[in-house]
Design a protein around this ligand. Structure first.
Ligand SMILES: *[C@@H]1O[C@H](CO)[C@@H](O)[C@H](O)[C@H]1NC(C)=O
Ligand SMILES: *[C@@H]1O[C@H](CO)[C@@H](O)[C@H](O)[C@H]1NC(C)=O
Ligand SMILES: *[C@@H]1O[C@H](CO)[C@@H](O)[C@H](O)[C@H]1NC(C)=O
Length: 395
């Protein structure tokens, strides 16, 4: 499958000569649905979506995702908020950056089948989003493009200490009726964990009409259980029933409805992030409030949307359908980055609660949680597939 894709990609890139890979990884590529309902812009760096324009209820286009005016900040911003790239080779957290194949709860650090990935979170106790130079901080290659679709490829050759080579294709497509689809396909040269996500920060008001936060965004999640984590955000192995808690979004609820009860749900808030690329240490505000959790979908791989997010103010609604079993919701407590001009920047910053990141992915840290019996190891003959559809409408 991927061999064929690679061949197609090579033909597209060389023989047909239609695809011009931008020399500068922060050059924009725009895709647009034929009916004009949706326009997205990407850079090859991280296969990152930089703008997403959809119509509000008055028919005016708004850019509903966070980002930078200068996209080279995707590499250099010491805060590294991970604005809308593809995250890999292993999204979310790995305790001490350590895992083994076959997987185990507490890998013997000296064993030959144990791997160590550089840590970059929780004061060096955890690897977040694939290491210091995860896939979101790599130059991907543009391999195919049409007016409404773009495909990037990346070859991860044992980067950050992961085993073997992984070749990944990310295809982003927009279509009539306000639909964005993202499809990721990856193949591995030897046994390796793969767990990917698309890390989009949403603000469906686009900071217009005095709306600067997501408290009144209404979220629906088709999930009855969250993943319990310890004080460094690593799963304990247990699941928590959402019934009666501020994490119950099954019927649709404003994010701010039970905000004061959410203290502690998003971690201890004492984290110091260090950016080895710019050698800057960044200390976010202490005292985390809001959400930064994983919800297990009740009906994984459902054809029905697992997530609905909508805002009364703009009248924009997005329904997300995915083949992934878990959704992370992060209400951006640690954000503190100058806004895009179109969002009122650069004098104003994106701050805590100014967006909600929704990340469809696998069970977090399942490679150190063998009691779940979740297989996230891929190898020749077993390819990885990730897909999500984002359907926009007005109400
Ligand atoms: C990514 O692209 C930039 C700009 O062309 C270049 O300076 C940098 O060396 C590239 N990084 C890698 C790892 O190839
Ligand atoms: C934690 O990671 C470090 C650095 O890779 C390694 O030296 C150490 O043995 C690991 N400890 C455990 C308990 O896995
Ligand atoms: C939340 O807590 C703050 C500060 O303690 C308080 O001012 C506010 O009224 C509370 N909001 C609700 C909805 O209870």
């Amino acid at each position: 499958m991927l061999g064929k894709l690679l061949l197609v990609a090579c033909i597209a890139a060389t023989t047909m000569g239609k695809v011009q890979d931008p020399a500068w990884p922060f050059d924009l590529t725009e895709i647009k649905a034929p009916d004009g309902s949706i326009t997205a812009k990407f850079v090859s760096f991280g296969s990152t979506m930089t703008e997403l324009w959809v119509k509000d209820r008055d028919g005016k286009a708004r850019d509903v995702i966070l980002g930078y005016d200068d996209n080279s900040k995707l590499l250099t911003d010491p805060a590294h908020p991970v604005f809308n790239p593809i995250v890999g080779r292993y999204a979310n957290r790995i305790k001490n950056g350590t895992f083994s194949i076959p997987i185990s709860k507490n890998p013997d650090p000296k064993a030959p089948n144990t791997y160590h990935i550089p840590t970059n979170d929780q004061n060096g106790q955890v690897t977040l989003h694939g290491g210091i130079y995860g896939w979101d901080r790599r130059n991907w290659t543009l391999v195919d493009k049409s007016p409404s679709s773009v495909t990037y490829m990346h070859v991860d050759d044992a980067d950050e200490g992961f085993p073997g080579t992984v070749t990944v294709f990310a295809t982003h497509t927009v279509s009539n009726g306000g639909i964005l689809r993202t499809r990721l396909r990856a193949s591995a040269s030897q046994k390796t964990p793969i767990m990917l996500t698309q890390h989009i920060y949403w603000n469906l008001d686009a900071f217009q009409d005095g709306n600067n936060d997501i408290y009144s965004h209404n979220l629906r999640l088709a999930s009855s259980r969250t993943i319990e984590v310890d004080d460094i955000a690593i799963p304990t192995g247990k699941f928590l029933d959402v019934t009666g808690t501020p994490s119950d979004f099954r019927k649709g609820e404003e994010l701010g409805a039970r905000w004061n009860e959410s203290v502690g749900l998003c971690g201890t808030g004492t984290v110091t992030l260090s950016n080895p690329i710019t050698a800057v240490t960044y200390s976010p505000l202490p005292g985390c409030q809001g959400y930064n959790n994983g919800w297990v979908l009740d009906d994984p791989n459902s054809k029905q949307p697992a997530v609905t997010l909508k805002s009364e103010s703009s009248g924009i609604r997005v329904d997300i359908t995915t083949n992934q079993p878990v959704v992370i919701v992060y209400t951006s407590f640690w954000l503190n980055t100058p806004r895009k001009e179109v969002h009122g920047g650069p004098s104003l910053n994106y701050g805590p609660q100014s967006a909600v990141a929704i990340e469809q992915q696998g069970y977090i840290a399942a490679i150190n949680t063998p009691e779940w019996h979740i297989d996230q190891i891929y190898y020749p003959g077993k390819d990885y597939e990730w897909s999500s559809e984002y359907k926009f409408s007005n109400f």
